[in-house]
Design a binder for this molecule. Structure first.
Ligand code: SAJ
Length: 421
């Protein structure tokens, strides 16, 4: 059975570009989101998120009638669920647990419109076992239909997990070019999913089972987290031993089989700092390195803040005529990584906020990618680079935006977490 109508549930950073890609291949796409503002914006041919090139594709898809957004699911031949999977606040063991409530709500929302022959794909990054859970929620809601966990290959509904793996800022290109890992609950579920994605995916669609597909995505991001933790730990060790960590890493990376990543102020974003917890919470005894890496990366902002405290104390000792109120601290960069405007889960934001809370003098933030200081930084002034460079006593480099890499600062006190000055 071919896929004439495709429904994408969750029109965020992954769902909307995915919906737009299917629509650009002249499939009829129904996007579903609980956010009325997002739905209205998309139906006007506009987008509510920042992602290069996406606006053009959505605008064309809506104008040509291939994409529409709704708040209540409608019948379709395939459903892709791309809703958030955040984690719940820590319990006693301080290991955050995944929150599957959005997947559960999406499953219950599409269940009434499912029909024999439909395919349901979970795209959200999920802990191992989530696709089976989704299948159970769907089966519970629709006892008149059969599902793979009951009927295997002869089930009325096919179910698979196919994690998204695209890099924010490059979503449109990576959705088409990246290989996809496809894990069906049965081989037929996988085959049908490959058929669906082939509508726009040029990368290879590699088939596995659902649990392995879930773990593959978590493994990719945990691998990066562990590698960044190694770099961050090295930076702390080198600071103690008076060694330039960036020189050290570039020397070590001349070895043909060594490729150390870069240290920084910590790990931000919605993926790398979150996904490893899905492994740790499932297997806390076994996931030793993954857990430690999370702690090392989460501890880095505090280490930077302590460096700033020491620098302020040093500065006051060298300038006995000044009081702490006279000391201006400038933080360079607020985004979670270079050359984007995304401030969510950003260690640079956290560090700037904590500095502003503890420091009674002026705190400046330089962030070329935003025009307004976020509410959380109500006591911080958004400053131009040249103003901060001229007026601050302590300079804290937090994000290696291209504007910062192109210039330099000559000052006595620079805390450079990215090694660019
Ligand atoms: N970072 C470092 N040092 C480095 C590289 C990164 O400190 O050497 C920091 C960044 O500054 C940032 C964080 O790590 O704070 C994460 O940035 P990132 O560019 O590594 O990744 P994301 O979160 O933008 O996207 C990741 C990607 N995963 C991998 O590269 C394995 C992307 O492919 C995934 O689709 C995405 O997570 C996701 O949605 O899971």
């Amino acid at each position: 059975m071919s896929f004439e109508t495709i429904s994408v549930v969750g029109l965020g950073y992954i769902g909307l570009p995915t919906a737009a890609m299917f629509a650009s291949r002249k499939k009829r796409v129904i996007g579903v989101d609980v956010n009325q503002y997002a739905v209205d914006t998309i139906n006007q041919g506009k987008i509510h998120i920042v992602e290069p090139d996406l606006d053009m594709i959505v605008s064309a898809a809506v104008t040509e009638g291939y994409l529409k957004a709704v708040t209540t699911p409608e019948p379709a031949d395939a459903f892709l669920i791309a809703v958030p999977t955040p984690f719940l606040p820590c319990e006693e063991d301080d290991i955050p647990a995944p929150d599957l409530s959005y997947i559960e709500a999406a499953s219950k929302a599409i269940a009434p419109v499912l029909k024999k022959g439909d395919l349901v794909i979970l795209e959200s990054t999920s802990p191992v076992g989530a696709t089976e859970k989704m299948a159970a929620w769907l089966a519970e809601a629709r006892s008149d239909l059969s599902f793979p966990q009951q009927a295997g290959e002869s089930a009325d509904i096919n179910i698979a997990h196919c994690p998204e793996r695209v890099l924010p800022g490059h979503v449109v290109r990576e959705l088409v070019e990246n290989d996809r890992v496809i894990g069906g609950l049965t081989p037929k579920c996988s085959q049908r999913s490959v058929e669906l994605y082939k509508a726009f995916v040029l990368g290879e669609c590699v088939i596995t089972n659902a649990r392995t597909a879930e773990m593959a995505k978590l493994t990719e991001n945990s691998s990066r987290d562990v590698q960044i933790a190694f770099a961050n730990e090295l930076s702390i060790i080198c600071d103690k031993l008076d060694i330039n960590v960036w020189e050290l890493i570039s020397l070590a990376n001349r070895h043909p089989r060594v490729n150390i990543l870069q240290p920084g102020p910590g790990v931000g974003g919605h993926c790398i700092a979150v996904d490893p917890w899905f492994i740790v919470s499932k297997t806390p005894e076994e996931a030793q390195i993954i857990h430690t890496a999370r702690k090392v990366n989460d501890g880095k902002p505090e280490w930077v803040i302590n460096k700033v405290k020491l620098a302020i104390a040093d500065f006051l000792q060298g300038n006995p005529d000044k009081t702490i109120k006279d000391v201006t601290v400038a933080c360079y960069g607020l985004a979670f990584k270079p050359d984007i405007d995304d401030l969510r889960e950003s260690p640079a934001m956290l560090i700037t906020q904590k500095i502003a809370e503890m420091h009674s003098g002026k705190v400046l933030a330089v962030e070329p990618n935003i025009s307004e200081i976020p509410n959380r930084l109500y006591n911080v002034d958004l400053a131009e680079f040249d103003v901060a460079k001229r007026n601050a006593d302590i300079h804290v480099m937090l994000v290696d935006h291209k504007e910062f890499k192109e210039s330099s600062i000559v000052a006595k006190t620079i805390i450079d977490t990215k090694g660019i000055w």
